[in-house]
Ligand binder design. Structure first.
Ligand code: NAG
Ligand code: NAG
Ligand code: NAG
Ligand code: NAG
Length: 515
């Protein structure tokens, strides 16, 4: 089993840190939960796009969610070589005259849109009525650094539908392999690893959706300068994504003026607000293309290390996955307010680690990304072509990996022949421990949605709620249920500038998938 982040810049002095122990079994299992989240999100997205049905949503936007390389990143904060976390790396939105106005690289995109058009994906079902594109956008010609994208248009009236960029987390995991192929994209991979079936709940039913593999080193995205794989973090991810967008909009100029939203999940709780802030800041000073950003959405999003970690362990306790003693120990010895996760009590670090470890052990071998979901059993995979979006497949990540490594699939995607994997071996040299200041700023100028599925234990709803609470925003629209047909699908509350919404597990995986 190949672990993401092996042999990288992140050094971990404390390999027994409890969150690291989560890593080995998630590498395979965490693929599974993604389906269910995507389903829920479809409903939420409909809410976003159809505000007339839900008038209290008028301030709206957003979503987000995903994490696994995250375990190592969090642990690395206590290593001898932690990622930089200073917020000075980030220009604030109210900065004027910062360095954000020198032009960025934009190359000629002539003829490239047509060249990127996908004829047909191998094993694709009949009757596909929308256009698909895939290819590379060079973001740094000197380094020959290029990012891979997959773009699906809406089947009907695509010109009148919004334009959405989707980002998965990690850091270092693929928006194409997870987001597009297991969550919100138009196709899923059958258990034969060779053919596709339709996801009727795909977001491109209601929007034109762009999936970006970023930064270079993730999925099909690459750089000829190998130091780009080790010397990367939040900052370059945002900068490269911005350069990508400007070039992509030259390639697809009909999208320049379209309402633009950025959505993502998990560690994209960093990527999405950071890219949004960067775009708004650049928009002020640039004589290049203005990006028509209207809102962001982050789901089950990692937005503050301390708050999200506390939320994780409180979730395990409130969902009867941890004992009372463990939760009491964690809350006694881990000081989530201090910023360094441990209290000043003698021995607190060891005790905090001990209780966190105990929490992970007590939980047992479950899929933390969907605590009620079955685990993937590799030896039980029966290759077939009967995949159905209503039947949750915990092994979908395995099928996607097989599919994306077929030579004819790579060729049809215009991708360079390579060994594709879901999460890249990329280093992570900067990562603010909290994104809340950026979210607070963004909520004043664009629409912000924070959404959360309630069966994700890795970046759980408790974490989102604790984080929002620290923003101290006044409630403008009281907590209330939202419905999918006649069933409660979740809850929604409108704060000044931020919408928070949840999606329910309901009564079983079938129903959950259906969401
Ligand atoms: C944009 O500004 C840069 C200097 O910042 C200048 O070199 C360039 O010519 C300008 N481009 C246009 C299209 O005005
Ligand atoms: C590769 O990138 C590093 C860091 O940006 C830079 O210092 C170096 O000059 C680059 N190497 C080449 C061959 O371009
Ligand atoms: C996995 O599947 C195999 C074959 O069906 C079965 O024998 C085995 O018990 C399963 N393992 C688990 C942990 O369910
Ligand atoms: C869950 O709900 C569905 C549809 O409402 C129903 O058909 C199914 O029997 C329920 N499952 C359980 C386990 O209650």
């Amino acid at each position: 089993m190949q672990l993401p982040f092996t042999g990288v810049v992140i050094e971990v002095d404390n390999p027994t840190h409890p969150l690291l122990e989560l890593q080995p079994f998630y590498e395979v299992e965490y693929y599974s939960y993604q389906d269910t989240k995507a389903m829920r999100v479809v409903v939420i997205w409909l809410l976003l796009l159809l505000p007339n049905y839900f008038p209290w949503f008028s301030i709206s936007p957003c979503m987000g969610n995903q994490i696994d390389n995250l375990n190592r990143l969090i642990a690395s904060r206590r290593s001898s070589n932690p990622p930089r976390s200073d917020s000075e790396l980030w220009a604030r939105l109210d900065d004027v005259g910062n360095s954000h106005n020198s032009p960025v690289y934009v190359g000629s995109q002539k003829g490239l849109m047509q060249a990127d058009k996908i004829d047909k994906l191998p094993g694709q079902p009949e009757g596909v009525d929308f256009d698909q594109y895939a290819g590379y956008v060079t973001v740094d010609p000197a380094a020959d650094r290029a990012l891979f994208y997959y773009f699906v248009e809406s089947p009907a009236n695509s010109l009148n539908k919004p334009f959405v960029l989707w980002l998965n987390g990690g850091p270092g995991c693929s928006s194409f392999g997870y987001g597009a192929m297991q969550e919100l994209g138009p196709f899923r991979v059958n258990s034969d690893g060779k053919t596709l079936y339709i996801n009727e709940y795909a977001w491109n039913n209601v929007a034109n959706v762009l999936f970006l593999e970023s930064p270079a080193g993730v999925g099909f995205s690459y750089s000829k300068n190998s130091s780009d794989y080790t010397d990367v973090g939040d900052k370059r991810t945002a900068e490269d994504s911005y350069v990508f967008l400007l070039n992509w909009l030259e390639r697809f100029p009909q999208y320049k003026t379209r309402d633009f939203f950025i959505a993502g999940e998990s560690y994209a709780g960093h990527y999405v607000p950071q890219l949004a802030s960067y775009i708004l800041s650049r928009n002020k000073g640039t004589n290049q293309t203005l990006i028509n950003l209207k809102g962001i959405a982050i789901g089950n999003a990692w937005i503050d290390d301390d708050i999200c970690t506390k939320g994780l362990f409180d979730y395990l306790w409130t969902h009867a996955l941890n004992s009372d003693e463990t939760n009491e120990g964690i809350n006694k010895y881990c000081d989530f307010d201090s910023g360094n996760l441990v209290s000043k009590m003698a021995d607190a670090t060891d005790q905090c680690d001990k209780y966190q470890s105990q929490g992970v052990t007590e939980m047992g071998d479950i899929d933390l990304y969907g605590i009620y979901a079955p685990l993937c059993n590799l030896s039980a995979i029966k290759p077939g072509q009967d995949g159905n979006v209503l039947n949750f497949d915990p092994c979908s990540g395995i099928h996607v990996r097989s599919y994306l490594n077929l030579a004819k699939v790579q060729a049809s995607l215009h991708a360079k022949a390579t060994k594709w994997s879901g999460c890249g071996d990329v280093g992570w040299t900067d990562s603010p421990s909290s994104i809340l200041p950026q979210i607070r700023d963004l909520a004043k100028v664009i629409r912000v949605w924070i959404y959360s599925g309630d069966t994700d234990g890795r970046v759980p709803v408790t974490s989102s709620r604790y984080a929002i609470k620290t923003l101290r925003l006044p409630v403008e629209t009281a907590w209330q249920p939202w419905y999918s047909e006649s069933e409660v699908g979740g809850y929604v509350v409108g704060y000044k500038g931020v919408i928070f919404t949840t999606a329910l597990h309901l009564n079983g995986t079938l129903t959950e998938d259906y969401l």
